[in-house]
Structures are given as structure tokens and as C-alpha cells.
Design a protein around this ligand. Structure first.
Ligand code: NAD
Length: 350
């Protein structure tokens, strides 16, 4: 056994109703005038939090959007400056959390994050942002939120059509953590339990979005998955999803959800220990086939053709995916990637 493990600092407060801890956690971080951010869709939730924090409220900015465009970050920062904000309270999914991180990157303000999806960004020191249509990614301890409050009750309103793919996005972080170049035993334990929790919870959530025990289990799994994503490097799956999502403007979670069975199949023979862990977490069987069955139960798109892509676009995606070398347990070749994309295009069993 040989590994290097760097644990990232994070304070995690977990439990149904724990959103009531927000004022005390703001105090703990020394935030006296919070900039409260969320998406327009969640502005009502934002208003509830703004009311709950009383005189700790500095300003409200319910303008977060996907892909963290720099002009949105700048508009939010102007608001923060005008109102003398000294910290960030972000309530929402990856898009809202991305905005909070982008502001923290520029100002070093502390962040209290209350995630409401399963994307996992709150546990990572990674920030993706777009400027003039170009997406760039950076990694810095400055963007890692100081405190995260997970309250599963806040996910009860997340529709099944978003919950399923968002949960599969989290599973994808855990799957790739198991065969990461810098994998380590602690993160592998988290990854396996993350897959177990999410695979158990997601079908229950699809059947009944108000199942509080399933919501709790899914949020627990997504916390673990986010920790995995923040701690070790990802491989082909994240690369191909980034390429497909970025080049053809596809929904982030839907692409992850569809592709994870296919990228798992790609690496099937090259990462036996990881495959054994995934299989255990899924209750036995072939990991790629089990993930395929799960994807078909909880996803809203079940082939790349469903996204409206053409076969010519698959050629382009395969070209892009092999342009810059990166780690993957099985060598990444253009023909093999193109074959994987064809299977996903047809929605074939992997
Ligand atoms: P999202 O944040 O865009 O949310 C999707 C939609 O669901 C939004 O309209 C939002 O308002 C709504 N929503 C969120 N929570 C809700 C709730 N509880 N009830 C009702 N509606 C709710 O989507 P996402 O999948 O969470 O995040 C995707 C983004 O996060 C992508 O841009 C991705 O690149 C980024 N991301 C970044 C990292 C990282 O480490 N930097 C990790 C994962 C994802």
C-alpha cells in the first residue's frame, strides 16, 4: 500500500432542520453582513433565509446561473461592496455555489453554503467559470467553503427529474475516485459508501420525492461524493462529460447520468479493485450493467440521441476528448472513445 492523502478543511453540519443553525454558523465565521445568493428559481427560499438571519443580512443576490459567467460574479460583487458585505451565504445547487466560490476567489470572503442538490461542489476547492463563452477551471483553497450545512428537508422540493440525474452526477464522482491516479484508502471508503447510499436512495426518491429518509440518505451520499471529487483526480468520465456539456451546451447532470455506465464499462477490465467496490456498493453484479439499470430508472435522457446530438458531433467529441493527455486506468484512444460514444448514442446496454 502506498498513497498520499491530504484532507481538506471543512466544517460539516448535517441533519433535517439544521438550517436553523445558519445564524449561529454565520456568527462562528465572523460574518456580520452576509451576501445571500441563490438562483432566481429559488428566490423564495432565499427570502426565508434572509428573514431568518435578521441583522446579519447585508444584501440579497438571487441571480446565480449555470456555468458561473464572470459578468454575473461582477454584478454580485458590486452589490456586496455597496452593502459592505463581509461574507457569503449560498443556498442552492452547483450554479449558486459556483457563484459563491467565484466571489470568494476574488475577495477571500468566508462562505457558509447550504446545498440543495447532489452536485457536491461545496466540498471541492474547484471553480469553473465562463468568460466570453470560454470555460476555465481553477483549483485553490481560497474557493473551498469554510462551513457547509446539509439539511435534507431543503431537497424535498427538488423535482425527481433533477434529483435522479443530480444523484447520478454524484455517483460519477465516487466511481472515478475509486480508480483515481491518486486514490487512497480513506477516499475509497467514502466513495463506496457514497455509491451505496445514492443507489439505495434514488429509486425511492423517484417513487416518492417526499420520502424524508431517502432524501437524507441521498444527501449523505452526495456529501461523500463531493469529498471524493475534492480530494482526488478524475478521469475519462469527467473529461468526456465536460467535453460534451461544454461543446454542445448539454445539461451537466443529465450528461453525467447518461454517461457513467458507459465510462465504467470503458474501464471495466483496467480497474478490478474499483469495479469490485462499485459492485459491492450496488449489491453485486457487473458495475456497468448495474449503473445502466439505475440510469434507466432515474435519468431523464437515456441516449445521446435523446439530447439531439448527431453522429458527426460524436466524431468531434471523440477528437476533443483525446486532444490533451490525462490519466485514465485504460489508455484513452480515439477509436475506443468513439466506440463508447456510439454505444451511448444508441442507448445500448454497455
Ligand atoms: P443547478 O445549481 O443549476 O440547479 C438546477 C436547478 O434546480 C436550478 O434551476 C435550481 O434553481 C434548482 N434547484 C436547486 N435546488 C433545488 C431545490 N431543492 N428545490 C427546487 N429547485 C432546486 O444544478 P446542479 O446540478 O446542482 O449544478 C450544476 C453546476 O455545478 C454545473 O455548472 C457544474 O459545472 C457545477 N459543479 C461544480 C463542481 C465543482 O466542484 N466546482 C462540482 C459539481 C458541479
Amino acid at each position: 500500500m502506498e498513497f498520499t492523502y491530504s484532507a481538506l478543511p471543512a466544517r460539516v453540519v448535517f441533519g433535517a432542520g439544521r438550517r436553523a443553525d445558519v445564524p449561529a454558523e454565520l456568527d462562528r465565521l465572523g460574518i456580520t453582513r452576509a451576501l445571500v445568493i441563490t438562483t432566481a428559481d429559488q428566490s423564495e427560499t432565499c427570502a426565508t433565509f434572509a428573514a431568518a438571519i435578521g441583522d446579519r443580512l447585508g444584501a440579497i443576490y438571487p441571480g446565480a446561473v449555470m456555468h458561473t459567467p464572470v459578468q454575473v460574479t461582477e454584478a454580485a460583487m458590486r452589490q456586496a461592496e455597496q452593502m459592505n458585505c463581509d461574507g457569503i451565504l449560498a443556498i442552492g445547487g452547483g450554479s449558486t455555489i459556483g457563484l459563491g466560490k467565484a466571489i470568494a476567489w476574488r475577495t477571500d470572503m468566508p462562505q457558509l453554503v447550504v446545498p440543495t442538490t447532489y452536485a457536491g461542489s461545496e466540498m471541492t476547492p474547484i471553480l469553473g467559470q465562463t468568460e466570453q463563452g470560454l470555460k476555465t477551471t481553477l483549483r485553490s483553497p481560497k474557493v473551498l467553503p469554510e462551513t457547509v450545512i446539509y439539511d435534507p428537508d431543503l431537497t424535498l422540493t427538488l423535482p425527481g427529474a433533477i434529483s435522479g440525474p443530480s444523484g447520478m452526477n454524484a455517483i460519477a464522482h465516487a466511481v472515478e475516485a475509486l480508480y483515481a491516479e491518486d486514490a487512497n484508502p480513506v477516499i475509497s471508503l467514502m466513495a463506496e459508501d457514497s455509491i451505496r447510499a445514492l443507489a439505495g436512495a434514488l429509486p425511492r426518491i423517484m417513487a416518492d420525492g417526499a420520502d424524508r429518509a431517502a432524501r437524507e440518505l441521498a444527501l449523505y451520499g452526495s456529501w461523500l461524493a463531493g469529498t471524493c471529487l475534492g480530494a482526488v483526480g478524475m478521469a475519462l468520465h469527467h473529461k468526456i462529460c465536460h467535453t460534451l456539456g461544454g461543446s454542445f451546451d448539454l445539461n451537466h447532470a443529465d450528461v453525467h447520468c447518461l454517461m457513467i455506465p458507459y465510462s465504467t464499462a470503458y474501464n471495466r477490465d483496467a480497474a478490478p479493485a474499483a469495479m469490485a467496490a462499485i459492485s459491492r456498493a450496488l449489491g453485486g453484479g457487473d458495475p456497468a450493467e448495474e449503473l445502466y439499470a439505475l440510469m434507466r430508472r432515474v435519468g431523464r435522457k437515456t441516449s445521446l440521441a435523446d439530447f439531439g446530438l448527431t453522429e458527426a458531433q460524436l466524431d468531434r467529441a471523440a477528437d476533443l476528448a483525446v486532444q490533451n493527455p490525462y490519466y485514465n486506468p485504460r489508455p484513452v484512444t480515439r477509436d475506443a472513445v468513439r466506440g463508447m460514444l456510439q454505444a451511448a448514442f444508441e442507448g445500448r446496454r454497455p
